[in-house]
Design a protein around this ligand. Structure first.
Ligand code: ADP
Ligand code: ASP
Ligand code: MG
Length: 399
């Protein structure tokens, strides 16, 4: 029995019209596959009444009095509404569908609220529906603990639900439908010259997603890689081929990008850089940060200075903590991180020189850098993001 997982994001679910496109994609898939399992995100983006960010706004999220457990219960509602609305559309179109919550689909997680890990999937409820010839429409981004409390899987987590169900049901493929034609060499919203990538390896796309490319959640890529299931990113609103993420890269792709050192540029916004001067108790300070649940990124520790970045939402928390240590500090907010990604950069001299030359020619100041085997990231001011992304895109011949 061959199974296809199809996941539809918030923009695909936004209106009655777009949900008709979704129904068409499901109908087409039903002609090819014995079984189709659908995963949905909450309807629309911020401003739409049941979008995740809108639900969070209702409770003044940054200063909410709700516990993280209650926030999960609130956020889960968006996807549940979405699964019911799409199920209704499918039934109206003559497709026998059935809505399920994450828990109803057998997804069991740990109790790490807001970013839970799936520990088991009981496939029985889904298999029962498939055997009855139905299309299950699963609310993405959520599960339940063993004690039956609702959890969510981290922002953008409906992609993760899709990959996890693909793994549990041994699906042939997982299709992620969104509002762009596939994975591109950069986010088309900030880089007008971005181009579609036909095929890409799990590793490269994992690095892209981890560096902020919102088009797919990094955990979804990780799970698909572990299960060896191809992930295809496609546009709900046209019939373009999309991007295939697979283990083996085809000969065709090798020919087209052989001479290119990097495959893409990703970015992450809403970053604040902290610089603490003087001698503080490093061990206690970083332990306190962890206790406060502050995740730190680009980190440089010198005997007399610690520099690191955090997500803007944690800024006040970090300031309060540093002041407790009475250490002199400075911070720069409104920063962003631009990352170049390419498996071929490892050990190649001159890549950093190229980045520095390119950004300085565009008068973009580099505030901090970090690198890994296949990435180099530069922290810059957010006002320089578009110019930096376009300049790097051109410099590395991605257009
Ligand atoms: P969905 O609601 O369908 O999950 P997302 O907003 O999570 O959609 O992801 C799609 C968006 O990802 C696109 O609209 C695009 O702006 C953004 N994006 C960021 N980086 C890339 C990239 N490299 N390729 C394509 N899209 C990207
Ligand atoms: N609705 C959730 C979010 O906005 C999950 C998702 O869209 O994948 O993060
Ligand atoms: Mg998404």
């Amino acid at each position: 029995m061959n199974i296809l997982i199809q996941k539809f994001g918030g923009t695909s679910m936004a209106t009655e019209e777009t949900r008709k496109n979704v129904a068409d994609k499901i109908m087409e898939a039903k002609k090819i596959y014995d079984n189709v399992v659908v995963v949905v995100s909450a309807i629309g983006r911020l401003g739409a009444p049941y979008a995740t960010d809108s639900l969070l706004h209702l409770v003044n999220y940054k200063n909410t009095k709700l516990s993280s457990k209650e926030i999960d219960l609130l956020m889960s509602v968006g996807e549940i509404i979405s699964s019911l609305v799409l199920t209704n559309t499918l039934l109206e179109s003559g497709i026998d569908a059935c809505a399920l919550t994450g828990g109803g689909a057998g997804i069991i997680t740990d109790d790490n609220y807001n970013s839970a890990d799936v520990i088991n999937i009981n496939t029985e409820p889904l298999m029962k529906l498939l055997n009855e010839g139905k299309v299950p429409v699963v609310a993405g981004f959520q599960g339940v603990t063993i004690g039956n409390d609702v959890t969510t899987l981290g922002r953008g987590g409906s992609d993760t639900t899709a990959s996890l169900l693909g793994e549990a049901l041994n699906a042939s493929e997982v299709e992620i439908y969104t509002d762009v034609d596939g994975i591109m060499t950069a986010d088309p919203r900030i880089c007008k010259s971005a181009k579609i990538i036909d095929e890409i390896s799990y590793n490269e796309v994992f690095q892209m997603a981890g560096s902020g490319a919102k088009v797919i959640h990094p955990r979804a890529v990780e799970v698909a890689r572990r299960a060896g299931i191809p992930l295809i990113i496609k546009n709900t609103f046209n019939n373009s081929k999309g991007t295939s993420i697979k283990r083996h890269i085809g000969v065709e792709r090798k020919k087209t990008i052989e001479d290119k050192l990097i495959t893409s540029i990703a970015h992450k916004t809403n970053i604040t850089q902290f610089s603490i001067k003087g001698d503080i108790d490093d061990e206690n300070f970083f332990t306190d940060l962890a206790r406060e649940n502050v995740s730190i990124d680009i980190i440089n520790i010198f005997p007399e200075r610690k520099v690191f970045t955090i997500d803007d939402v944690c800024k006040d928390k970090v300031i309060r903590l540093i002041e407790k240590y009475e250490a002199p500090y400075t911070f720069i907010d409104d920063c962003c991180k631009v990352t170049i990604i390419g498996e071929k950069i490892t050990g190649v001299p001159g890549v950093m020189a190229k980045i520095i030359r390119c950004l300085s020619k565009s008068s973009v100041e580099i505030l901090q850098t970090a690198d890994s085997l296949s990435t180099i990231a530069c922290l810059i001011k957010e006002k320089d993001l578009v110019i930096a992304a376009e300049a790097l895109h051109k410099e590395f011949m991605l257009g």
